[in-house]
Design a protein around this ligand. Sequence first.
Ligand code: URA
Length: 284
Amino acid sequence: MGLSPEQNAMPPEALLEWYVEMGADEAISDAETNWFAASEAAAAPVPRAENAPAAIRTAAQAPAPVSVASAQAQPRVPASGAGPATDKAAATLAGAAQSLEELRAALESLDGFPLKVTATNLVFGEGVETPDVMFIGEAPGADEDRQGRPFVGASGRLLDRMMRSIGLDRAENAYITNILPWRPPGNREPTAAEIAICLPFIRRHIALVRPRIVVPVGGTAAKTLLDQRQGIMRLRGRRFEFLDPDLEQPVPAVPLFHPAFLLRSGGQKALAWRDLLTIKQIIQ
Ligand code: URA
């Protein structure tokens, strides 16, 4: 990244802080990449896609990866040149997915969504279908973005321990995903617009996974999925119903503190333990 004369004059700690604030909080390559040159190249006029040899097609023109099963079924969101993704286009794409593979392909084919460009990987979800519990967090962090798997960092390790304490395991009887499948740069909070685009996908994800219980993990997930305004302090441990036209019946939902919060505020673990017991009781 090129620096201005003012930035060059900054003390190293202040410069580092500035990088983190801008979302550049991890090194992903030993060599420097000139992103300005890359975006200028992308903006330059190119021959019409159908006439251009494959080697000079831009990323926007290249066909997005779509699974064979979904190739016929998926309506495509307009290519990125056609503007930003809309809630309506997201709902059409998500609604057409008939399986988890198709839903993943639908997300991969969504264009005009900036988080896709800044993220390293799509973090779709993992676990078993028709699980006892589907845990839904906010968005991937740096570890998850790097590995393309949900909840694999420090808070993921705590979530695994919390799950195990009530007999749950992502390999056996649970499923884990997030409201947003792409990491917001620098782990900033997702915006309302980003959540609105991702909402049809997570709703469809729940309908396809068909869990016995939904557990929103943290305030963002709880408010988004349960359409509530109160914060997690008031929502946690209470029993709600998750409703969706694609589900035959309402699914019980019990919001849980986010493990990242519990790592910072150990004093709240007793409440989280109580909420885990509520979840266990519902399973039984
Ligand atoms: N926090 C989340 O909300 N989700 C993850 O996958 C990791 C951390």
